[in-house]
Design a protein. Structure first.
Length: 393
């Protein structure tokens, strides 16, 4: 285990009937609030009204900024930044999933500077100040409600880049599992895949061989994500299933899993971001198509952790499956398919002929994230392994 500092300043309020807390929690940071949300689902399930009521009863002036897409756009972030200036906003509230929260974080950061917010994502500028942010989570997936990261798509350059800074942690996040009851089955599964991918990135890329505490934690999160997702798909109003999935997704990327691992990377996310940017693929769907291929590529040089994952998450002995990396990948693919997720580029209607263009797009983010070993050629090789499933799925 490596030396580390773990510090997470986000206050979590978890459970039923917690959404009315958003007003007092937000009023502690300002009086004029920009309310950031998606394309309308929160209006149908009562969450929007509950949030508006709480904010206004707490004495806040509220300016709406709806319309965030599932792959959030830089142009929409810029519109939000303009609203902050026009209305003298001093606090931002995000109501939605990772896309909404990430957009709100970018608005918080971009509103505090004179330069364009995209410079943060390309590494040309660093965040020194940001508006305070509170959130109400409506989709278990990204962990953005309790971390310092954000991901935005530049709709002009078709680049989907991510960036993190300690000033981007939400001050308070409200996690009411009932707010996720209306999430469609597809996005419930995509959210579970996203949380699994967050865990696997760290689990597979750490170079420290002695991390038993972190390994067991991450293996448990993967298993919990699958089990909870299965329950939610069987009954979308299963409160305990929704609660387990929501907290699992939050814990998967709140800094805890990476503590003590040393340097880690997110190569699967790096490649998937190009699928989202170029084809507007749902993030979780793109990840479920990338993960098996990346694992096949990884197994060629080191299959130890892949086999360990299979033994501990899928229990090879109980299933009567031979002990191998291929068996782990096959079991993971089987679960993806059972949950209704794609497992190949073909499932996403992405032809093999597009691989060079995808690799060219992805390598730009690899450079920003300093993933030196991921050249165009390497990314193209990984993508070629995403063209077909194991053959037994």
């Amino acid at each position: 285990m490596q030396n580390f500092v773990f510090h997470n300043p986000t206050k979590i309020i978890f459970g039923r009937n917690t959404i009315p807390s958003i007003g007092p929690e937000t009023a502690a940071w300002g009086k004029r609030c920009l309310l950031v949300y998606g394309t309308g689902s929160i209006r149908g399930n009562g969450v929007y009204d509950a949030v508006q009521t709480s904010l206004r009863e707490a004495g806040l002036e509220v300016i709406d900024h709806g319309g965030v897409r599932s792959n959030p756009l830089l142009s929409h972030v810029r519109e939000g930044i303009a609203k902050v200036g026009a209305h003298s906003i001093d606090v931002v509230t995000a109501v939605g999933g990772g896309s909404v929260i990430d957009s709100a974080k970018a608005i918080c950061a971009g509103s505090a500077v004179d330069h364009d917010v995209w410079k943060f994502f390309t590494g040309k500028k660093s965040i020194k100040h940001a508006l305070p942010l509170t959130t109400v989570l409506t989709l278990a997936a990204s962990g953005s409600e309790m971390n310092s990261g954000m991901v935005i798509t530049n709709d002009e350059t078709r680049e989907k880049f991510g960036f993190g800074n300690r000033l981007l942690y939400p001050r308070t996040s409200i996690l009411d599992p009932e707010a996720t009851f209306t999430v469609p089955p597809s996005y419930t599964a995509y959210g579970a895949v996203d949380s699994i991918a967050h865990v696997l990135e760290y689990y597979m890329t750490s170079e420290d061989p002695a991390t038993p505490v972190q390994d067991r934690l991450m293996e448990g999160l993967v298993r919990n994500a699958m089990d909870a997702c299965d329950r939610c798909l069987a009954d979308r109003r299963d409160y305990q299933g929704r609660a387990d999935l929501m907290w699992t997704a939050t814990l998967s990327l709140n800094g805890l899993t990476g503590a003590g691992l040393g340097r880690v990377g997110m190569p699967m996310h790096m490649i998937e971001h190009s699928l989202s940017a170029l084809y507007d693929a749902p993030h979780g769907a793109g990840l479920s198509a990338i993960i098996p291929g990346w694992l096949r590529w990884r197994s060629r040089e080191d299959d130890r952790k892949i086999i360990q994952l299979g033994e501990r998450v899928f229990n090879f002995d109980r299933c009567g499956v031979p002990r191998s990396a291929a068996a782990t990948i096959h079991m993971l693919e089987k679960w993806f398919v059972r949950a209704g997720c794609p497992v190949t580029l073909d499932d996403l209607n992405i032809p093999a002929a597009d691989i060079p263009a995808i690799a060219e797009n992805a390598v730009r983010l690899a450079r920003v994230w300093r993933l030196e070993r991921y050249s165009r050629e390497t990314i193209a090789e990984i993508l070629s392994l995403c063209l077909a499933a194991s053959g037994r799925v």
